[in-house]
Design a protein around this ligand. Structure first.
Ligand SMILES: Nc1ncnc2c1ncn2[C@@H]1O[C@H](COP(=O)(O)OP(=O)(O)O)[C@@H](O)[C@H]1O
Ligand SMILES: N[C@@H](CCC(=O)OP(=O)(O)O)C(=O)O
Length: 384
């Protein structure tokens, strides 16, 4: 890849997940860094509006710092060993974290929303779909979701304290174009620069290159937990859905804006698979087909040629038993598989909705929900 192509990764990215680590957010545990959060908020607001960056972007902030801030508020100087104490600290600190982002984004006339997620939420089909719909709705509303781990209910994640993975999972969830991991180093070096003064800076590499894992060490401070290895693995994971990753210094002036303008800052870890291909692969590899719906010619044409969602009115039959969030096939009358996608309705409900227009859904189901059986964002065409 040429310099221009790679620097264009962020310039062309329309949907960006930004992750900031605890040490930056809390000034190495001294307390929430109001200036830094204010700076990121100003840049996030400018990205959403498209000010000075060519085109508006959709951005999601994944922010750590709850435990470190909670410890400060509780007057604890040493990180507790007990998980329930860490969880308590996170609950205390999260209040301040959310409040700070809300205040700072509002100063820049930008709405915000707090979303707390666990890895398990994203492994569960139905919760995955719910989280995805909520985040996409928030992005559509032009507000900035601010995400952290739901530390109250997790054990393993809190022990390892790793929001880099969460950032990647969110990038997968919303099919972001890019993941930006802001940390306390300028990017990736060939060895931990805190320990090895001869370490060389890595400007660019392929996400998933196994050689990178050997370069990355653990966390450099007592506040950060994951270190560089979790960032390298996060880049690999993000690349699975076609997102490239940039690892950069969070205090670099205007880092997000300059990246979005196409400047090369930090370490770029390039995804090798295009987004659409990655999505097809993901549907094919990770998810078992649970059932199918048969559609009429009109619906088949809308899916095949117009990129539309599948509406129940175009469905003539439902096969198999499936739940909301399961992957189903969409077939034409001849039995050819047109597409695969995530079902918004379980099979029993889908049978009730066949051939019905959306205004009738509420009476049929007893509640009002999505007009689509499979939303176009959750659908991949097969054989094309
Ligand atoms: N190869 C490497 N290149 C850069 N930093 C590295 C490397 N290996 C280990 N590190 C350490 O990882 C730290 C960043 O990770 P961490 O402390 O978890 O930060 P964060 O809170 O931003 O997630 C750096 O301060 C650095 O000491
Ligand atoms: N979710 C927790 C821990 C996350 C964490 O330590 O992650 P990171 O600093 O990004 O390595 C918190 O907000 O404190």
């Amino acid at each position: 890849m040429t310099q221009n192509q790679t620097s264009g990764v962020l310039r062309d990215a329309r949907r960006i997940v930004v992750k900031v680590g605890s040490s930056l957010v809390t000034n190495e545990g001294r307390g929430l860094d109001e200036t830094a959060i204010g700076e990121w908020s100003r840049q996030l607001a400018a990205l959403v509006r498209g000010d000075g960056v060519g085109a508006p972007r959709e951005v999601i902030m994944v922010s750590s710092g709850a435990i470190a801030e909670g410890m400060k508020r509780l007057g604890w100087t040493a990180r507790p060993k007990e998980i329930h104490e860490l969880q308590a600290a996170a609950a205390v600190g999260q209040m301040g974290l959310a409040q700070m982002y809300e205040t700072k984004l509002r100063e820049h006339r930008m709405g915000s929303a707090q979303v707390l997620l666990t890895h398990a939420d994203l492994a569960d089909r139905e919760r995955y779909l719910n989280a995805r719909s909520t985040l996409l709705t928030l992005l559509g509303l032009g507000v900035v979701p601010v995400i952290n781990e739901n530390d109250t209910v997790v054990n393993d994640e809190i022990k390892f304290g790793d929001n880099d993975t969460l950032g990647a999972l969110v990038a997968n969830l919303v099919e972001a174009d890019a993941l930006v991991i802001l940390t306390d180093q300028k990017g990736l070096y060939t060895a931990d620069p805190r320990r090895d003064p001869a370490a060389q800076f890595v400007h660019e590499a392929q996400a998933g290159d196994a050689a990178l894992e050997a370069m990355a060490g653990g966390a450099g401070s007592s506040i950060g937990k994951g270190g560089m290895i979790t960032k390298i693995l996060a880049a690999k994971r993000a690349a699975g859905s076609g997102a490239s990753t940039v690892i950069a210094w969070g205090r670099e002036p205007d880092v997000l804006l300059r990246l979005a303008q196409g400047e090369s800052i930090g370490t770029l870890l390039v995804a090798q698979t295009a987004k659409t291909q990655a999505r097809k692969q993901w549907m094919a590899d990770h998810l078992q087909l649970r059932g199918a719906v048969v559609v009429d010619e009109g619906a088949a044409a809308k899916l095949r040629h117009e990129g539309k969602s599948l509406l129940p009115i175009g469905m003539t039959a439902v096969e198999g038993e499936f739940s909301r969030g399961d992957v189903i096939a969409v077939r034409d009358h001849g039995g050819a598989e047109i597409a695969r996608g995530l079902a918004n309705y379980a099979s029993a409900e889908a049978r009730l909705l066949c051939r019905k227009p959306s205004p009738e859904f509420e009476a049929l189901l007893g509640y009002s929900a999505e007009p689509e059986m499979v939303h176009r964002d959750n659908l991949v065409l097969m054989g094309g």
